[in-house]
Each structure stands twice: as structure tokens, then as C-alpha cells.
Design a protein around this ligand. Structure first.
Ligand code: 5GP
Ligand code: ZN
Length: 115
């Protein structure tokens, strides 16, 4: 997607502070961090949102959950104290970038429910 900011980060046309990369995803620090640790995990494939997943995306989602998030939680030393994973979806979900992404947020106490 030529006009998608996260596709441009994936292709390195826009710089970012990359903390992890493999064949399926790239992870980089959020531009406006909401906590001491705030990274985004972004599939290299352009998927608009959770509403746009296809059956063939199952491997990608389990890879993020089973491999990438635990590795990053360990890397940033937030696994033991806990962290939050957020997938904002659509207008009322607060999604501002229309390329599926997982926020991994930690390093401070958080409240529930969110605003
Ligand atoms: P959303 O609201 O769509 O769930 O989250 C989008 C996130 O992407 C926001 O937290 C925002 O700060 C971050 N973001 C938007 N544009 C850029 C960018 O160009 N670089 C980086 N590193 N983060 C971005
Ligand atoms: Zn994209």
C-alpha cells in the first residue's frame, strides 16, 4: 500500500527505531510512547484491521502471540511485572493507522477500563 505509513516503515522508506524484525513482522518504538515500554508489532503484510483477517493469517497471529510478544516482553524485562497488548480496531476502537498493529505497553501500572 503506497500511502500507508506502516508499509513505508516496513519497507524502510520511513525511518523508525526498530527493536525486532523477522520474515513476518517488524517491531518498532511508538512515536508517542504511552509508557516506558511502548512498541508496535506490525505484520509486513498490509492487513487493514482485525476485521480484515483471512484464514491464511492464522500463522501470523499465532507467531505474534506465541513467539514475538514473549520475546519482546523478555527483551524489555516486562514479562514478570506484566504488560498490556492492545489492538485498536476501527473508528470507535481508536484505530488511527489503518494497518493492523499490536501495541505492547509496559513498565508502569495501568488502569482498567481504558478511556
Ligand atoms: P492506533 O491508534 O492506530 O492503534 O495506533 C497508531 C500508533 O502509531 C500511535 O500510537 C502512533 O503514535 C503511532 N505512530 C503513528 N505514526 C507513526 C510513525 O510514523 N512512526 C512511529 N514510530 N509510530 C507512529
Ligand atoms: Zn500498510
Amino acid at each position: 500500500m503506497s500511502d500507508c505509513v506502516f508499509c513505508k516503515i516496513v519497507s524502510k522508506d520511513i525511518p523508525s527505531d526498530i527493536v525486532y524484525e523477522d520474515e513476518m513482522v517488524v517491531s518498532f518504538r511508538d512515536l508517542e510512547p504511552q509508557a516506558p515500554v511502548h512498541v508496535l508489532i506490525v505484520p509486513k503484510k498490509h492487513i487493514k484491521s482485525l476485521n480484515d483477517l483471512a484464514p491464511e493469517d492464522k500463522d501470523l497471529l499465532s507467531h505474534v502471540m506465541v513467539d514475538v510478544i514473549p520475546e519482546l516482553a523478555k527483551k524489555f524485562k516486562i514479562a514478570d511485572n506484566g504488560f498490556r497488548v492492545v489492538i485498536n480496531t476501527g473508528v470507535e476502537g481508536g484505530q488511527t493507522v489503518e494497518h493492523l498493529h499490536f501495541h505492547l505497553i509496559g513498565g508502569r501500572s495501568m488502569q482498567w477500563p481504558p478511556g
